[in-house]
Design a protein around this ligand. Structure first.
Ligand SMILES: Cc1cc2nc3c(=O)[nH]c(=O)nc-3n(C[C@H](O)[C@H](O)[C@H](O)COP(=O)(O)OP(=O)(O)OC[C@H]3O[C@@H](n4cnc5c(N)ncnc54)[C@H](O)[C@@H]3O)c2cc1C
Length: 380
């Protein structure tokens, strides 16, 4: 194997996983080549909410990483702004979850006090305050659970900052998909892209989100269990404006009101999102559900226009990402995964990128989340 700094590394994917990895490689002085479509990613559909909703499961590596990520992501965004010269809108002053009556309060608490629950991370129970409420409420909540460590950032702006940093620092980006990967005679890998061009690399990272199962099918005879989950985000333009971001979650739903935009979405929306014919019905269902969750009457919300974005994310059976090399020949130490982020890509992308860089450098002992290794899929 060539020394780290001499290696030709390809990243397939321009979502948050691929661009975060490119950022960390560039910082180590290595210039990766990045493939993928600018717009075609779950990352560009995300609401941008970074929320653990007070949940702590210390024994779960996923939750340990999520907890670390809440403070890490803020420092990372500060750093990205500084190095890229691009601003990233964000707010980390906490997120509220409304409840409507005593029974509803009990149902929220029952949800967080389920099996394995060990404590609510600094969660507060706050009274309803008219001055801090949405101006378009049609019913008033009894109170809120408040999660002070949680927040939100504008994902598009963060991705643009990462892409700008890559460009300024000499990473080559191809607006193309990779169609085939094959071993080349000299021990390298041959990639054929969607324009028919061929490329040779020493190592390839699949940060390919929902496209990962299709790519793995062409490489492996035995596939890990994978699920594709659709989701949608709606941006509603309103005639009101808020200078500070107002953030709320309600079970799997989230709502962010900032400037004149109200952004709503569901982290586990199982509507018909993937079927284009059902888009309008899906949008209306989400509007209705959000109205019920957050106390608006969707019919009387003064919406001027709506932008709908749909995306698909990948989940492995245990909900943890896959970060590391495919653990057997001919791909071992040549093809790496950085995928399967499911609902948590915005929180975990940079922590996982740092682990992957450590693995590429042969420093497995520095990996913080060894439980995310793809070896777990192939151990039996
Ligand atoms: C509607 C919605 C809302 C969400 N909201 C939130 C949220 O509020 N908070 C949160 O933490 N998470 C949220 N998520 C989840 C989050 O978006 C994902 O966890 C994260 O974006 C996954 O990033 P990724 O880089 O792994 O994949 P993606 O962003 O999907 O990127 C995959 C990339 O791979 C590229 N690619 C695919 N095939 C190839 C190929 N053959 N060759 C080259 N490139 C290829 C694609 O072009 C794309 O650039 C949401 C997801 C959706 C869909």
């Amino acid at each position: 194997m060539k020394s780290f700094s001499e290696r030709r590394i390809a990243i397939l994917g321009r979502g948050i996983a691929g661009l975060a990895l490119a950022y960390r490689l560039l910082q180590k002085g290595l210039q990766p080549t990045i493939f993928g479509a600018h717009a075609d990613s779950a990352s560009r559909c995300a609401q941008g909410v970074v929320s653990n909703k007070g949940l702590l499961f210390f024994e779960s590596p996923l939750f340990a990483a999520k907890l670390t990520s809440l403070s890490h992501v803020q420092k990372w965004l500060d750093e990205l702004e500084r190095v890229s010269g691009q601003s990233i809108s964000r707010s980390f002053e906490g997120i509220s979850e409304p409840y409507w009556d005593a029974e509803d309060f009990q149902s929220l608490i029952a949800r967080i006090y389920r099996r394995h629950f060990l404590g609510c991370h600094r969660t507060e129970n706050r009274a309803y305050d008219r001055h801090q409420a949405w101006p378009f409420l049609s019913k008033e909540p009894k109170g809120y659970l408040f999660y002070p460590a949680d927040g939100w950032f504008d994902v598009d702006e963060a991705l643009n900052a990462l892409a700008e940093f890559s460009r300024q620092n000499g990473a080559v980006t191809f607006e193309r998909q990779v169609l085939a990967i094959a071993p080349a005679g000299d021990g390298s890998l041959h990639l054929c892209d969607s324009s028919g061009e061929g490329h040779y690399f020493d190592q390839v990272v699949l940060a390919t989100g929902a496209a990962t199962p299709d790519i793995l099918k062409s490489l492996l005879s035995h596939l890990p269990k994978m699920f594709l989950i659709g989701g949608q985000t709606l941006d509603l333009n309103l005639p009101y404006s808020s200078d500070s971001a107002l953030l709320q979650v309600r079970k799997t739903m989230s709502a962010i009101w900032w400037k004149s935009q109200l952004r709503i979405g569901a982290s586990s929306w199982k509507g018909m999102a993937i079927n284009p014919l059902a888009l309008e019905e899906d949008r209306n269902q989400l509007l209705m559900k959000a109205g019920g969750c957050f106390g608006w009457d969707p019919q009387s919300l003064p919406v001027e226009s709506i932008t709908q974005r749909i995306g698909t994310r990948l989940r492995f059976a245990d909900r943890m990402p896959g970060v590391g090399s495919i653990p057997f020949a001919p791909w071992q130490e040549k093809i790496f995964l950085c995928t399967g982020f499911y609902k948590n890509g915005l929180q975990l992308a940079d922590l996982c990128a740092q682990d992957l860089v450590a693995l590429l450098q042969g420093e497995a002992e520095s990996v913080r989340y060894p439980a995310f290794s793809p070896s777990r899929f192939f151990s039996n």
